[in-house]
Write a protein that binds this ligand. Structure first.
Ligand code: AHG
Ligand code: MN
Ligand code: MN
Length: 344
């Protein structure tokens, strides 16, 4: 039984960071707090708390397929509806919407841009495996730009993010976030009985080298020689470098990333020739790779596209996809050496 009222809430933590940041105006605190409310609503739905209503009211269970669509769309709508009225956003970018999401004219606009993957790991919803929400926050580039939405305002490199993080809806609901500038990476666990996220993982640091590699090996027929050599390296027996590594692959980026963040290891989603429309792999730069790259860097890790830092990629389009190697610094640097041809 958790001690009632024990522990630091995420709101207290954000306010403390605000007090320590001289130019903080509280706008950012409002933004994060509203996003947390959205995540609590999504968590309740994902954890089928609503099931009680469905069972209680009609006794009917939703057909799973319908459930999968519902939750993806549901999560997207919840975030957009909750965030659009807080007066802190210039616009939003969602994995689920092809274009920029403007703020309806009846609401005041602000200077922040929220980018998000509302439900990551959607293929796992109907098999009760952890899924999540990923978010990154930019400030609008020049606050005196014209009133209309400019893609240029949004297409910023990940290094410009002012905050990033994710929620995992799993055996418990956990929020991990950072505001950069060496403020650290902090994790909070949702206590349903309190309805509060309480600090559970203060100042997370990822081990410099891990023993876990995460990749979908079913894609190996579509990899190039360097990728094959890299994955083979992790599978080869070699005592002094602690190999072979253990293979762990959940199929939800947030879950695979979070495990490696806490335990050490590398997650890889390489470029492959499986789908000519996606030659640079499946994961999206703006709403998946950049936010997690900011988190992992702040925790002492690294994220690369195989040739250089994810955070330094100048985006050309909203939903561009990138190869992603992310996790323990030494493991990702090694992956970069293989993929860029510096070693074999
Ligand atoms: P999303 O559900 O937001 O589309 O993301 C799914 C992604 C990511 O969560 C995961 O790492 C990857 O898809 C798994 O892809 P494969 O099934 O091709 O391995
Ligand atoms: Mn995703
Ligand atoms: Mn998604």
């Amino acid at each position: 039984m958790e001690k009632q009222g024990a522990g630091i809430t995420v709101t207290q933590h954000i306010l403390k960071q605000q007090r320590e940041n001289p130019e903080a105006t509280g706008a950012f605190t409002t933004l994060l707090n509203e996003l947390i409310v959205a995540a609590k609503v999504i968590s309740r739905e994902v954890n089928k708390a609503g099931l009680v209503d469905i069972l209680g009211a009609t006794g009917k269970i939703n057909v799973q397929e319908e459930q999968v669509q519902k939750l993806d769309v549901f999560a997207n709508q919840i975030i957009i509806e909750r965030m659009q009225h807080i007066g802190q956003l210039w616009c939003m970018v969602s994995e689920e919407d092809p274009d920029l999401i403007g703020i309806p004219s009846q609401y005041p606009k602000g200077d922040y841009i929220l980018l998000f993957d509302p439900l990551d790991g959607s293929s796992n919803i109907d098999v009760n495996v952890s899924i999540g929400t990923i978010f990154g926050i930019f400030k609008k580039k020049d606050s005196d730009s014209s009133s209309d939405l400019l893609l240029g305002d949004v297409l910023q490199p990940g290094i410009s993010q002012v905050a990033a993080g994710y929620f995992i809806y799993g055996s418990s609901t956990i929020m991990v976030y950072t505001t950069g500038n060496n403020t650290g990476v902090h994790g909070f666990t949702l206590f349903p009985s309190l309805g509060e996220f309480l600090l559970s993982h203060e100042n997370i640091r990822i081990p410099e080298q891990g023993k876990i590699y995460s990749i979908n090996e079913g894609n190996c027929p579509y990899w190039d020689e360097r990728t094959l050599a890299l994955v083979d390296y992790f599978k080869t027996r070699n005592k002094e470098t602690g190999r072979p590594y253990t293979s762990r692959y959940v199929g939800s980026l947030v879950a695979d990333f979070h495990r490696n963040l806490l335990k050490g290891g590398i997650f890889m989603y390489p470029a492959d020739n499986k789908d000519p429309k996606k030659p640079t792999g499946k994961l999206r730069l703006m709403v998946e790779a950049n936010p997690l790259a900011m988190v992992v860097k702040e925790a002492g890790g690294y994220a690369s596209d195989g040739h250089g830092p994810i955070l330094e990629i100048a985006p050309l389009e909203l939903h561009q996809r990138v190869p992603l190697y992310i996790g323990s610094k030494k493991d990702v640097e090694l992956a970069e050496a293989f993929i860029s041809g510096k070693r074999s």
